[in-house]
Design a protein around this ligand. Structure first.
Ligand code: AMP
Length: 128
């Protein structure tokens, strides 16, 4: 069965798209730790990121680098953290999280509650 991220990539489930090319897709995390918290995924459905072939893993990282640059232009922050962890969705993904301190990356913190209009406005700012 397709993962929820594959359904997002295929447009069967809506998402706040930030960037896309033929191999990768970036969209806002629906439970964000910060405004601009983005997930970057390969369109190829592979569960564990280190099971990706080397070329896809390198491409995913370079795609994340481009997206992080856009996030940093759109969202005031010191840096954009790149985090890979979590066992929830069996589809490799990188979290890009705007941060001002290391404690901003704490997945046990309450998540931001944003309206659809707020999500869309953030995605639009990042898309530029
Ligand atoms: P994890 O596997 O622990 O990294 O968690 C998966 C991440 O995907 C979580 O941060 C969720 O908030 C996020 N997520 C799950 N479903 C969606 C969705 N439909 N749209 C955007 N983000 C999602």
């Amino acid at each position: 069965m397709a993962t929820i991220f594959t359904k997002i990539i295929n447009g069967e489930i809506p998402s706040y798209r930030v960037a896309e090319d033929d191999r990768f897709y970036a969209f806002l995390d629906i439970n964000p730790l910060a405004e601009g918290h983005t997930l970057v995924v390969p369109k190829q459905e592979v569960d564990y990121i280190f099971d990706l072939d080397g070329d896809t893993l390198a491409g995913l990282t370079l795609f994340a680098q481009q997206v992080a640059g856009k996030i940093r232009q759109a969202i005031p922050c010191k840096r954009v953290a790149m985090v890979v962890l979590g066992l929830e969705v069996p589809h490799a993904h990188i979290h890009l999280i705007p941060i001002n301190s290391e404690s901003d990356v704490d997945f046990h913190k309450p998540k931001l509650q944003l309206t659809p209009a707020e999500f869309e406005a953030i995605a639009e700012r990042i898309r530029g």
